[in-house]
Design a protein around this ligand. Sequence first.
Ligand code: S3P
Length: 430
Amino acid sequence: MGNLKIKPVKRLEGSIKAPGDKSISHRVVMIGALAEGRTEVEGFLNAEDCLRTVKAFQSMGIKIEGMGSERLRIFGQGLSGLSEPGDILNAGNSGTTMRLLLGILAGQDFSAVITGDASLRQRPMKRVTEPLRKMGAHISGPDQGNLAPLSIRGGNLSAISYNSPVASAQIKSAILLAGLYAEGETSVTEPAKSRDHTERMLKFFGAEVAVNGLTVKVRGRPKLTGKTVSIPGDISSASFFLMGAAIVPGSRVTVRGVGMNPTRSRVLKVLEEIGAEVTISNLREDHFEPMADIEIKGAKLRPINLGGEIIPKIIDEIPVIAIAACVAEGESQIRGAAELRLKETDRLRALATNLTKLGARVKEVEEGLIIQGGRPLMGTEVDSFGDHRMAMAMVVAGLVTKGETTILNTDCINTSFPEFMDTLEEIAVY
Ligand code: S3P
């Protein structure tokens, strides 16, 4: 298990490119595999999580070329072109792989078993297995099918209208993907809008998808056709540098080609609210997912109050937003974020533990954090708790601590952003 030692920087300066969007990379493999014909992908995220998805489809008979690079070629076999895997499918650390794949497996006329690493095996799956069972899938596993390893036998699905108790793109996507295999219209309504990459991509590949407020409907048994897809940069990965530039005075950083999907880009509003100067240029909206270049200039930061419908739209950025809240003088609040307890680690607990160690005043409440910002952060030893976003958020904290920060167990960064430290080095001025 690797550790990282981070030295404070004078400033961040320069122009970098974000790695491919993780959510879109998973989806292009899945939907490309279910489409007829070839899908050519550019900008694929070549990181552990997405490679788990690639391997899962390869073991179900899908030919995928270009593994290990940003260019993939997926030879889709149509909705009924998957074959029974000869071994257990392993989603590793990737919740998206497991939950979305369960949706697809629910539509297959064969049996499969899916497992994951120690973290993923503790994360709740009932949120998807329950609606998939309602559609007709047979699923069993520990804790009444709430935990992996899960065994699933699909086929013969019926369409449902599902009211999701949680605003989660993974739940919504699993049901919509299963809905491809059900006669008629499957719909999902969520309490607040979550990222809509699945809806956009299904439409792009030829499915009939209708969005009405918080409800998404898909018509079953569509003909999906292979496409050429250019994946934008991941705004969640970019946020580590954007927020890093915001918290280090005198910084000026541009991240090029970042995805600007409105269900993901609210972190830019947060950056503005805390006082950073945000400039968006080169906006390209002609694609199925918009993208732009984003420039951030650091400034004196203000505290922030976050809660309600914005939370699912910044869910992956909250760890690094919490770092900015420690720097901004005054009280910041993050509320309604209980979902963070169910990520790769309990992110509320991990943030409270690490930030307190660094000298911040942080109170962990049931659904969030209350941070009294403005105290200097002191370099010390913190832990990633096996969570890539916690590791990268701590690296960002280390840019402004007094003295060196040691972060334990940082190999997990490879799940979403293997080039993270190299990219940081491109813009760090010591
Ligand atoms: C994701 C959805 C989010 C997010 C995760 C990726 C996706 O999870 O946290 O990193 O690709 O659909 P939830 O939908 O469970 O909130």
